[in-house]
Design a protein around this ligand. Structure first.
Ligand code: PHE
Length: 345
């Protein structure tokens, strides 16, 4: 842990060991160049607390890029509650309250909200102890907003690759049927997409598939499953040296944060001719809605228009990447760095 914290390119990490639940809390503040840090809080079992810390640091950096990508006056941060074992609901709620107290103690240097393992209902539990939470006033559940951004991004990708933004003739494979996966699958089903879905909870995948007329795919078989667009909407790190050679899709368009195992994976996808939409751009819909409506006073209509403009952002990223013969990730990061170098608008 000492090594991870010392060698990090971010600002600081707040660490608390929760004796009662035998869990670690990490709040990683990556950059406050554009404003006070904010980002979701994630809770899951990790093999070791170090893995949780590493996740917090990487996800916080992702938030810095996400805020810069939409040019909102927010810095990048992320909370991780690293569980060492499964806990029951009562213990979980108490842990989240103590986590809320930790967030409150930072007096607004960090604001948080939903992420993997911390759905909108659990954000309410954190919110019992702190006012520095997004999702309780106005925007509510960010999942459908994130899904809207991913959907519009898929249309942009379809136009780029297949010459029409109509997704009706396409096969889309969604990995992870959670707070974003479900609303995304519903939109895709409405658009007449041939839908394939996978989840680590196989029964859940089968249930949602039956409801939406989709095909359930086994979680382990997901990478080699043929499709036009693969949508990772669960954990990060799933695009790596091991999975990329297996892929049988034309594009990756999903909501998961930190989809690449390592930076080189963007080049690996590029070499395979698979179009990768940078995660911090494509999944920014929830962040836009939460911060836009609850901190910046934007209306729901305005926020929706802003989310739909992800499509134009992606088009200019694809354009810049083509001109420079580089991956879309390289172009997207350069865009975000320009905003960070300029500083708050
Ligand atoms: N965790 C989500 C994301 O990564 C939503 C969120 C954004 C939560 C910003 C809090 C703050 O975009």
């Amino acid at each position: 842990m000492e090594h991870l914290i010392r060698s990090w390119d971010g600002e600081y990490v707040v660490v608390r060991y929760d004796r009662e639940a035998e869990a670690w809390m990490f709040i990683a503040i990556h950059s406050t160049v554009l404003g006070n840090a904010s980002g979701g809080s994630r809770m899951q079992v990790y093999d070791s607390p170090t893995d949780g810390l590493r996740d917090a640091q990487r996800l916080a950096a992702g938030m810095t890029y996400k805020w810069a990508g939409v040019d909102f006056p927010q810095g990048g941060g992320k909370g991780v509650i690293a569980l060492s074992r499964a806990i029951d609901e009562k213990e979980r709620d108490r842990l989240l309250e103590r986590y809320g107290q930790l967030v409150e103690s930072l007096r607004g240097s960090f604001s948080t909200g939903a992420d993997l393992g911390v759905g909108p209902e659990l954000v309410k539990v954190i919110g019992r102890e702190t006012t520095h939470v997004f999702g309780l006033r106005g925007a509510g559940d960010p999942g459908p907003y994130t899904a809207l951004g991913v959907f519009t991004g898929m249309e942009a990708v379809a136009a780029e690759l297949f010459g029409t933004s109509d997704l009706g003739d396409r096969t889309v494979l969604v990995q992870g049927i959670g707070n974003v996966g479900v609303p995304l699958c519903k939109k895709l089903a409405e658009a007449g997409v041939r839908l394939k879905i996978a989840d680590i909870d196989a029964d859940r995948a089968k249930g949602v598939a039956a409801e939406l007329g989709a095909e359930a795919v086994e979680a382990e078989a997901v990478y080699a499953e043929p499709c036009d667009i693969f949508a990772p909407c669960a954990v990060g790190g799933i695009l790596n040296a091991y999975t990329i050679p297996q892929l049988r899709c034309r594009a990756i368009v999903g909501s998961a944060n930190n989809q690449l195992g390592e930076p080189e994976d963007a080049a690996r996808l590029h070499q395979r001719g698979i179009l990768y939409t940078p995660d911090f751009i494509i999944n920014s819909g929830g962040a836009i809605a939460l911060c836009g409506m609850e901190a910046l006073g934007m209306s729901d209509d305005y926020v929706v228009r802003k989310i739909l403009s992800i499509r134009d952002t992606l088009n200019s990223i694809f354009e810049e990447a083509k001109q420079n013969g580089e991956s879309p990730l390289a172009a997207a990061e350069r865009r975000a760095r320009r905003v960070l170098e300029r500083g708050p608008a």
